[in-house]
Design a protein. Structure first.
Length: 133
């Protein structure tokens, strides 16, 4: 029996909203949610595959990425002012660290975790004009 290919799958639009700079898709299987951020719009979005609903949260500042935090419902977020533990439901943020306190014009752009769970992240100048990341 031949395995189905991507070309044989149906494409479904899950969100018809607009993002200024939508990035960083993150699938969290324990929650059945696909998260993504709108960096310049200071929002996070989550599509719940169980109820097929998209929920939107306003973020306190530009956030380049969200990553899961094992054993917790909060997510780790790379924000303009540092890396935070973020509870999207309550809006509560806990600063974990600021990797570039000497670069206030920078923000996080993207990040992923390696097989060991370590975060690999990149920063950039928020305006994109200078090479400071």
């Amino acid at each position: 029996m031949k395995a189905p290919s991507v070309l044989e799958s149906d494409v479904v639009c899950i969100w018809s909203g607009a993002a200024i700079c939508g990035e960083g898709p993150l699938w969290v299987p324990e929650q059945s949610v696909l998260y993504w951020v709108d960096i310049d719009g200071c929002q996070a979005h989550g599509y719940n595959t169980e109820n097929q609903q998209v929920k939107t949260w306003t973020l306190a500042e530009k956030t380049g990425w969200l990553l899961p935090c094992e054993g917790r419902r909060e997510l780790i977020g790379g924000c303009k002012s540092g890396v935070y533990l973020i509870d999207l439901e309550s809006g509560q943020r806990t600063l974990l660290f600021d990797p570039e306190p000497d670069q206030p014009g920078n923000r996080f752009n993207d990040a992923k975790t390696d097989p060991e769970g370590r975060i690999w992240a990149g920063t950039m100048n928020d305006g994109g004009a200078e090479k400071t990341g």
